[in-house]
Design a protein around this ligand. Sequence first.
Ligand code: SAH
Length: 214
Amino acid sequence: MTDDAERKMQFLYALRSKGVTDTRVLSAMEAIDRGPFIRGIFSDRAYEDMPLPIACGQTISQPSVVGLMTQALRISPRDKVLEVGTGSGYQAAILSKLARRVYTIDRHRRLVREARELFDTLNLNNITAITADGSFGLADQAPFDRILVTAAAEDPPGTLMEQLKMGGTMVVPVGQSDSIQHLIVARKTPDGIEYEELRQVRFVPLLEGLGKDA
Ligand code: SAH
């Protein structure tokens, strides 16, 4: 087996062993190489199941956490998905393989620009990346079938919940920054919002306003 094939097999094995079992999610993660989303000195660690530093003091999430969040969203091919927290663009790229349309927002202009370049290079033509404060969502494209927040909020953001379709699902890490956060799955039903708690996670905080470079 080539080094590449072996690395890929180990990467997928690590995902499965951490609970990512949905075959559509696993195929999407097999199709999107994490390597190009990590620039600089950490690029040789792209296939390890670890979060890694990216530009603007942010982090690309751990692949198994990306897998679990994506799995929890239960995306169908016709869905319009909003991601808050583009970061490297890796998560958005995976969402783009599963959904009809992906909108992704980050407060750092540089991250959005670099992610856009990668989406173009990889021919991922159903992603729109926007520089904005994602706490306000994207009113002109709402409502969304699925919303994924990849930065930690103190509560599931109300504005985003309003932009979720009835029957839709939002996945968001909830908790004070730098302490214990829980991955929450929130489902909008006619009887109200149903919450499910998945596991402990650690994300950078959801911050207000635009980043300094923006
Ligand atoms: N999903 C990313 C990782 C996200 S890291 C990936 O796949 O690489 C969290 C990101 O959330 C950071 O890039 C940070 O800039 C962004 N962020 C934090 N608060 C935000 C806000 N209010 N609006 C938009 N983006 C925000």
